[in-house]
Design a protein around this ligand. Structure first.
Ligand code: SF4
Ligand code: SF4
Length: 437
């Protein structure tokens, strides 16, 4: 029987673990005494500071300006005084420049940008740029750049798949901020001249699907299509989502707009709405805090620059059994080396995992079972890319399509020999680029 749900090929079924936080309504994380706001929290050049140490700033004030065409404005998430502009470790584990602001606890707001009533497409794009909106699903691609495509798209998709285990912030936003997410999505599509918005949601979120359908019916939104997607990882990967919904393939080395599609994340749509209708720049976001190592798994509004330790405290603290902290989901996220790292615009989740929540095993030789190849949503053969990479033959890795890898982690997850396949493919990609192969 033909499946009702849209799907791509391959992928895996990791344990969802979403029940830890899915039914926890969004709360507000208390503002910290100090915020550490990174200048490199988007793809492209780091923003350039426009404030100096000792200066007083207001909440929502521009503190770093976009540096070039592909970059994004950055705003203070508190009011107070700039303590310093200095390097601190970021989520990638490397030192990067942060603007540190001492919070005066007053939340003195910056004068808001005027709400736009019926904005023309160019006004939407400008407002999104002014407000520092970036792709909030993890990539951090400046949203205004995506809204200035070189050729005309005909499909606009909102990525509400949220396929990574544990993460539930988009699910909560779809239910608690339905109108603002949908209206934000309509603005985004209107900015590029597309009338219809398609929202792709995995079928394991029936309440979110119902909320969207109800809003659509109540408001007679004929140009809103809610597309239920089969629950399978990585359904929310851009290429897989586009294929599942449109049956179009993003060309090798290309972007979604090369096949006439633009994809934005759920939270990006909400941030677009807040920027356009409420004049609010992007200085806080909703994130999921979860894992068996945290007392109260939560979905929280968190101000940009809040450190992990303070977020854990807002969730009742850790239980003393955290074995690994992960920024992002368990499949694509990165282990974090400190609780002093601060969240950014792209921090969708923070996981405090205990040792029974991830596999620590010695990797053993490949047994040629082929499971990694069958699981790979890009139809690659990770075992060959891995063996070439381990031999230092990166040209060989390239020949087997290493550059096509979307770093989903399905191969590592499925491998019975516990081989570090994704890490190996990532290394190959890095080396191929460095060596100009
Ligand atoms: S090779 Fe890349 S795309 Fe394929 S399963 Fe592994 S991580 Fe995912
Ligand atoms: S899944 Fe692991 S053991 Fe099986 S072919 Fe791939 S690398 Fe080899």
């Amino acid at each position: 029987m033909k499946s009702f749900y849209k799907i791509f090929s391959s992928g895996v079924h990791p344990r969802g673990m979403k029940s830890l936080s899915a039914e926890t309504p969004i709360e507000v994380c208390p503002a910290p005494k100090r915020v550490y706001i990174a200048l490199n929290q988007h793809i492209g050049k780091p923003a350039s500071p426009v404030v100096e140490a000792g200066e007083t700033v207001r909440m929502g004030q521009l503190i770093a300006r976009a540096n070039g065409a592909v970059s994004a404005n950055i705003f203070s998430s508190v009011s107070g005084k700039v303590a310093e502009i200095a390097p601190y470790t970021d989520a990638a584990g490397t030192p990067s420049i942060h603007i540190v602001v001492d919070n005066d606890g007053l939340d003195t707001p910056e004068k808001a940008m005027a709400p736009l009533e019926s904005p023309a497409p160019r006004d939407i794009v400008k407002r999104i740029a002014d407000a520092g909106v970036v792709g909030m699903g993890g990539a951090g691609f400046p949203a205004h750049v995506k809204l200035s495509p070189k050729k005309q798209p005909d499909v606009y998709i909102i990525n509400a798949a949220e396929c990574e285990p544990y993460i539930t912030c988009d699910y909560r936003l779809l239910m608690e901020y339905t109108e603002k997410v949908v209206r934000g999505a309509v603005y985004l599509a209107a900015a590029v001249g597309v009338a219809k918005v398609r929202v792709g949601v995995e079928a394991n979120k029936p309440r979110a699907i119902d909320a969207l359908k109800k809003f659509k019916a109540e408001n007679g939104l004929k140009d809103l299509e809610i597309v239920p997607l089969k629950t399978r990882y990585p359904q929310g990967a851009e290429k897989q989502l586009i294929y599942a919904i449109t049956r179009r393939r993003v060309p090798s080395g290309g972007l979604p707009m090369d096949c006439g599609v633009i994809v934005s994340n759920t939270h990006t749509a909400l941030s677009a709405y807040l920027a356009i209708r409420e004049g609010k720049p992007l200085y806080e976001r909703v994130m999921t805090v979860s894992g068996k190592g945290i007392r109260k798994p939560s979905n929280l509004w968190v101000r940009n620059g809040t450190r992990y330790g303070e977020i854990a405290a807002a969730c009742g603290g850790e239980l003393g059994n955290t074995a690994k902290i992960v920024g992002g989901g368990p499949m694509m996220g990165a282990s974090q080396i400190s609780r002093d790292i601060a969240v950014t615009k792209t921090s969708g989740s923070l996981l405090f995992l205990t040792k029974d929540e991830f596999v620590v095993a010695m990797s053993s030789p490949c047994i040629n079972c082929g499971k990694c190849g069958r699981a790979c949503p890009m139809r690659l053969m990770p075992m060959y890319i891995d063996s070439f990479a381990l031999a230092g033959d990166y040209a060989g890795s390239k020949k087997y399509g290493a550059l096509e890898c979307i770093e989903c982690g399905c191969c590592s997850y499925i491998c019975p020999a516990n081989r570090y396949l994704m890490q190996s493919v990532k290394l190959a990609k890095k080396k191929i680029k460095e060596m100009g192969l």
